[in-house]
Design a binder for this molecule. Structure first.
Ligand code: VG1
Ligand code: CO
Length: 546
């Protein structure tokens, strides 16, 4: 084994987006492409003393190219003098498990290989993300530094050692570096047991409570199988699609009513179990489904917050709640009722890290099926599902009852997101520029029953370190609190994806049964009038409505 220095030249566009660097697999397969980005990570996070003696965590969602990338990264880590790498067996670690393992083992950081909800396979997407020592995604100052390094690289360092066996738990060496293959589930399952009342959930299942968890042939399957069936005693067959496939079985591992249509159809039909749930490619998203009711992720955050003390890990109450800007303001009402602060952050989990580290927030959530807490520094799909199981076990109420009662107490925030995927990037940019130009004229403007109270391009100053994130999305807030939000996705790999978020508050319980799109129709119209989204993108309809 020898350490080699390989000459390279920079690749354009290795800029991490909302959640790491995501590109087509074919782009990652270019010689040197992955290596350059990993070299840039190591140069950035090593500091003056390099990475000598440090521990890193490494794993991914099992998608195509995962195993190959892991072998390359291990050989590069060895060349950079890393002391030890903890790698999930088979190269598997869900995103929340990486966060958990980094924290539990006091690692310097970790590398997550995932493009999350993006499709996998040879023609699909791949991704890589660096997480820091708190277990969370690297903040922008680090991702910016990584990007800067990618522009100036002339070489990278790598050991010429052969591939290591990832399939057996155990320890081996590459150069001086220790590679420890760990059980991907154990540390995570242990943490879940500390947070939730597993006895009560076991009793619930023993009493005949029926559930379906759809692993979407992605990474959460092994976790859900071990915890829900193994530890909580749910009958075999409760967890379906539990084997991570390199192409996710050809499915889109994005748990929403469109992509998890089979689960939603089951929950709508005569054979519906009591509870349905699903997770995404890398296991950090969750979908919660009751009978004939897919819970809006924004509502899920609010409901978990309002009932948090039913779970042992949250018995002491919440320090605060944080939500991303496009997420509905349902959680704000709960925070107000609890007398705790509610923070509004830009899209992406990296903005929650400081609030969690500082003890300013306990629960966090995003409208994109992401919910989490201070137990780790990533959103956590299975955690949310276990939280909902705990609520049902402790309260004896169904998902439907919990949701209805919440709306009766706090009012209902009708909410929807319309995605226009893979549209022409220039047209999308022009639309955003035109929106920005209109902002000053929007305030005070009347649109039918709605009057604009406030319109801006969302900017966020981190209350902990003062860092500023600008241009995070156009926000149009009406007098009654209804909102229209427009932003461009930072996770796509084709053209641009425009996201239009719509929210309308309804206090009157007699009006809580309206179809969501109908309730939002006037706002959808105003959004089109202001943005000319359809005309500019040449689309008659959104690609996905959730
Ligand atoms: C999307 C979601 C965002 C989420 C991000 C990563 O980002 O909107 O809320 O944090 O994906 O989720 P964007 O920039 O495409 O809107 V995951 O589960 O793909 O890591
Ligand atoms: Co994800």
């Amino acid at each position: 084994m020898t350490i080699q220095t390989i000459a390279t030249t920079p690749f354009a566009g290795q800029k991490p987006g909302t959640s790491g660097l995501r590109k087509k697999v074919t782009e990652f397969q270019q010689p040197g492409y992955l290596e350059n980005f990993v070299e840039a990570i190591f140069l950035t996070v090593g500091g003056p003393d390099g990475l000598a003696g440090r521990t890193l965590v490494l794993g991914g969602d099992g998608r195509y190219f995962n195993r190959q990338a892991i072998q390359t990264i291990l050989r590069m880590a060895a060349a950079h003098g890393v002391g030890k790498v903890l790698v999930g067996r088979g190269g598997i670690l869900s995103t929340p498990a990486v966060s958990c393992v980094i924290r539990k083992h006091g690692a310097h950081g970790g590398i997550v290989l995932s493009a999350s909800h993006n499709p996998g396979g040879p023609d699909g997407d791949f991704g890589i993300k660096y997480n820091i020592g708190n277990g969370g995604p690297a903040p922008e100052k680090i991702t910016d530094a990584i990007f800067a390094h990618t522009g100036t690289l002339a070489s990278y360092r790598i050991s010429d050692a052969g591939p290591v066996d990832l399939d057996a738990i155990g320890t081996m060496r590459i150069e001086e570096m220790v590679v420890e293959v760990i059980d991907p589930v154990a540390d995570y399952a242990d943490l879940m047991q500390q947070l939730f009342d597993f006895d009560a959930i076991r009793t619930l299942f023993a009493g005949g409570f029926a559930m379906r968890f759809d692993g979407m042939s992605a990474v959460s399957g092994p976790y859900a199988k071990a915890i829900i069936e193994g530890m909580l005693g749910a009958p075999a067959g409760t967890v379906v699609n539990f084997t991570p496939e390199e192409d996710f079985g050809g499915h889109h591992p994005d748990p929403n009513p469109v992509n998890a249509a089979e689960l939603v159809a089951l929950m709508d039909g005569p054979d519906a179990p009591d509870f349905g749930a699903a997770s995404d490619g890398d296991g950090d998203r969750n979908m919660i489904v009751g009978r004939k009711l897919a819970v809006s992720p924004s509502d899920s955050l609010a409901i978990l917050a309002a009932n948090a003390t039913l779970a042992p890990g949250y018995r002491a109450g919440l320090k605060g709640i944080a939500r991303s800007m496009p997420t509905s303001t349902a959680a704000d009402r709960v925070a107000a009722a609890l007398g705790v602060p509610c923070f509004e952050t830009p899209t992406g989990w990296k903005y929650f890290g400081n609030l969690l580290d500082a003890g300013m927030a306990t629960l966090c959530g995003e409208e994109s099926y992401g919910t989490g807490s201070d137990h780790i520094r990533e959103k956590d799909g299975l955690w949310a599902v276990l939280f909902w199981l705990n609520l049902q076990a402790a309260s004896g109420k169904t998902v439907n009852q919990l949701v209805q009662e919440h709306w009766t107490r706090f009012g209902r925030n009708y909410y929807s997101r319309h995605d226009y995927e893979a549209v022409d990037a220039a047209a999308a940019e022009q639309m955003m520029a035109a929106l920005r130009a209109q902002l000053p004229a929007l305030a005070g403007r009347q649109f039918g029953d709605f009057r604009v109270r406030h319109a801006d391009d969302f900017a966020y100053t981190d209350p902990v370190d003062g860092s500023l994130a600008q241009r995070q999305g156009i926000r149009i807030v009406m007098d009654d609190g209804s909102r229209i939000v427009l932003r461009l996705s930072g996770t796509g790999t084709e053209g641009a994806t425009v996201r239009l978020y719509l929210e309308r508050y309804e206090a009157d319980p007699a009006r809580h049964g309206i179809d969501t799109q109908e309730a939002l129709a006037p706002l959808i119209e105003i959004a089109e009038q202001v943005s000319q989204l359809k005309q500019r993108t040449g689309r008659r309809e959104p690609s996905v409505v959730t």
